[in-house]
Design a protein around this ligand. Structure first.
Ligand code: G1P
Length: 288
């Protein structure tokens, strides 16, 4: 069955980016001039997904406004003859069919995913976490869809990380079944490096079968008093095979201050308008 729907959890409080996130959603933090969530929605669309469900919470109106029409702004740009900007603004509101579901309390990623159950129904679906921006061609989620279409079972994105960093991720133990594809044998949420099954980290892209919903319901409260996706995946593994795919591409962990700065530097270096100036500035300021 084709993957037609994507769930983007965006209900988190963004405490790692306080004070900026005190009054603005972390998903709206700009990478140069474009909010982070724009890249995530674009990735899903480029993978052929046209039905997107964003899980929001209190204080996330800016996300909905961003993907909505902006009549006043459009009128202003039209009057001023700013055609290019007008087109860009209009394109954003026509990007995809986006639906919003609110998560009343932040109870963890699995609970956010469960909110989408009624909309997703009985079909496989993608989940894209906004903290990971992945530059790749084909889009990372499309790479996962291709693996899903081969194995017809849940597929999660994976990346090797330095062992000291594995405590930020789900750690995967797997058996390599083909180039870059592991059959998952164990997954542990944020283990200490010395207890981790491996340095293969689960990162923020997933293709789930609808069987995940029952597994989430059966998931006990875990680490940090929240439901944890690795625990739901462990339950799912008792029912179907789970594959992990080491995707090809560059990932920016923009949920982390340093990862956010890396993204800003790389994206600004590639920016037609300011790329050369940034390169020049960086080389001068590093010499100082
Ligand atoms: C979540 C998941 C974790 C995964 C990570 C990827 O953690 O719970 O298994 O490895 O995303 O980014 P979070 O970063 O939301 O704490």
């Amino acid at each position: 069955m084709r993957v037609r729907k994507a769930v983007i959890p965006a209900a988190g409080l963004g405490t790692r980016f306080l004070p900026a996130t005190k009054s603005m959603p972390k998903e709206m933090l700009p990478i140069v001039d474009t909010p982070a969530i724009h890249f995530v929605v674009k990735e899903a669309i480029e993978a052929g997904i046209d039905d997107i469900i964003i899980i929001t919470g209190r204080g996330k109106r800016a996300v909905e406004d961003y993907f909505d029409e902006s009549p006043e702004l459009e009128m202003h740009l039209e009057k001023k003859g700013k055609k290019e900007q007008l087109e860009m603004v209009r394109e954003i509101s026509q990007m995809a069919d986006i639906h919003y579901i609110r998560q009343k309390e932040p109870k963890g990623l699995p609970d956010a995913i469960l909110r989408a159950e009624k909309h997703v129904g009985d079909e496989p679906f993608a989940v894209l976490l906004g903290d990971d921006i992945i530059k790749s061609s084909p889009p990372c989620i499309k790479q996962l869809i291709d693996v899903f279409e081969k194995y017809n079972s849940t597929v999660i994105a994976a990346q090797k990380v330095p062992l000291v960093e594995i405590s930020k991720y789900g750690s995967i133990k797997g058996k390599l079944v083909e180039d870059r594809v592991y059959l998952v044998e164990d997954i542990v949420e944020k283990p200490k490096p010395e207890e981790a099954p491996s340095n293969v980290a689960s990162v923020g892209r997933y293709i789930f079968t609808p069987a995940i919903f029952d597994c989430i319901r059966a998931t006990p409260v875990g680490l940090n008093d929240e439901l944890q996706i690795a625990d739901s995946l462990t339950i799912l593994r008792g029912k179907e095979d789970i594959y992990a795919f080491e995707f090809i591409g560059k990932r920016y962990d923009i949920g982390d201050k340093f990862g956010y700065i890396e993204a800003i530097i790389d994206f600004s270096l590639e920016n037609k308008e300011i790329g050369d100036k940034v390169r020049d500035y960086l080389s001068k300021s590093i010499k100082c």
